[in-house]
Design a protein around this ligand. Structure first.
Ligand SMILES: Nc1ncnc2c1ncn2[C@@H]1O[C@H](COP(=O)(O)OP(=O)(O)OP(=O)(O)O)[C@@H](O)[C@H]1O
Length: 372
């Protein structure tokens, strides 16, 4: 069993730098590139994922996280690059072979899957990812035995994920959180050694949040490796042993959650301070609204709800909280012109703070999970 403390100790001597070598990597990717027309969606030079730990993959919208997930699991083909899993080259392999090697991912329930029952979805979890459907045609008696074993395993998992009472219901009847549990349970049907979860908290009702977090921790505690993409920074802080940050297709930072969230490169990536021109106030507001909505896609911001305004993503409705202003000023910290512009604001004092303090406040604004 791998506890949180044990997992943390795996990283004790790992440098906090992009591409850092791990003590015992289960997955190693090199020079992975995926282009869509003129856009380079993924350009990962080197990445190692530590075995037996929970690693979060975060980054602003469009950073390339999902594309990278699709590549690693064989659901998309790279323009260049290679990666190994458990020491075996799996780049270029179809998804079922990669799953057979022990690397599986969760899927959002498609429309078709919502029309199947929960137990049927579970059985598909094994067959879809491992390609065992071939058995049915070739050796039907063996298939029957196999199918009974699969159903037994499915029922055990449904009980573990507290979905057994929904066993024969259409998956479409499940709540958002229950669907996430089903996605996770279904992935486990393939008996993986590494599970990749794509936004496990998206659309999850707060009542099920804790249960989901515990299930993810359980995967690690049972010896599995977990890599998950997530925008919810509460979850990232709560359960990650290690965080990898992508921006514009590249890995820009790695480290434990707290270190990563105060890394200027990460703040820069989220605030987009790589722009050459100083930000206009409207652009600044738009970017802050985008960060807010990407971190908390289902919630109105406290600012917007206290003013009775609607969607946090609508930049017209966004007000500047203290933290948001701090974020904006830190976002502009590299730019002397912007510092001048801020002189007449209520937060002139913040402009005289050290860059470090501003960055930390910006980080809090970007990861405002604790305040909610
Ligand atoms: N099939 C596609 N065709 C064209 N462009 C694509 C395709 N898939 C992704 N992209 C582009 O590649 C970039 C990376 O997208 P991706 O979905 O991987 O980012 P992401 O980090 O997962 O974003 P989000 O957090 O918003 O899901 C984006 O600019 C996106 O528009």
């Amino acid at each position: 069993m791998t506890t949180s403390a044990a997992a943390n100790s795996l990283f004790s001597d790992v440098p906090h730098t992009p591409g850092a070598p791990k003590r015992d990597p289960i997955l190693i990717a090199d020079d992975v590139v995926r282009r869509f027309g003129g856009l380079t969606a993924v350009d990962v030079e080197h990445l190692e994922i530590q075995r037996g730990a929970i690693t979060a993959l975060i980054g602003p919208n469009g950073a390339g996280k999902t594309t990278f997930f699709n590549l690693l699991t064989g659901f998309d083909r790279p323009d260049a690059g290679r990666w190994t899993f458990h020491g075996h080259q799996v780049s270029g392999q179809p998804p079922f072979r990669i799953a057979r090697a022990g690397l599986v991912r969760t899927f959002q329930l498609t429309k078709a899957l919502t029309r199947l029952s929960v137990i049927e979805n579970m059985r598909l979890g094994a067959t879809d990812q491992t390609g065992e459907r071939a058995w049915r045609a070739v050796l039907p008696w063996l298939w029957n035995k196999q199918e009974r074993a699969l159903t037994e395993r499915a029922d055990e998992l449904l009980a573990r994920f507290k979905l057994d009472h929904m066993r024969d219901e259409y998956a479409g009847e499940l709540s958002g959180g229950q669907r996430k549990l089903l996605e996770m349970a279904r992935a486990l049907m393939a008996e993986p050694t590494m599970v990749m979860l794509d936004e496990p908290m998206a659309g999850v009702n707060p009542a099920l949040t804790q249960s989901l977090l515990e299930h993810v921790k359980d995967l690690r505690n049972l010896g599995m490796t977990v890599l998950f993409v997530e925008h919810d920074m509460d979850m990232v802080r709560d359960i990650s042993d290690w965080v990898v940050v992508m921006a514009e297709g590249r890995v820009v930072s790695e480290g434990p959650p707290d270190a990563v969230m105060s890394d200027p490169a990460v703040i820069d990536a989220y605030l987009g301070t790589h722009h050459d021109a100083p930000l206009t106030e409207a652009e600044e507001e738009r970017q802050l609204a985008e960060i807010e909505s990407s971190l908390y896609p289902d919630e109105p911001t406290p600012e917007s709800s206290s003013q009775g305004s609607g969607d946090a993503a609508g930049s017209d409705d966004v007000d500047h909280s203290d933290e948001a202003d701090a974020a904006a000023s830190a976002g502009d910290a590299d730019n002397a012109d912007d510092a001048e512009e801020a002189d007449d604001s209520d937060h002139a004092q913040q402009q005289t703070d050290s860059t470090r303090t501003q960055e930390m406040k910006a980080s809090e604004a970007s990861t405002r999970g604790e305040a909610r």
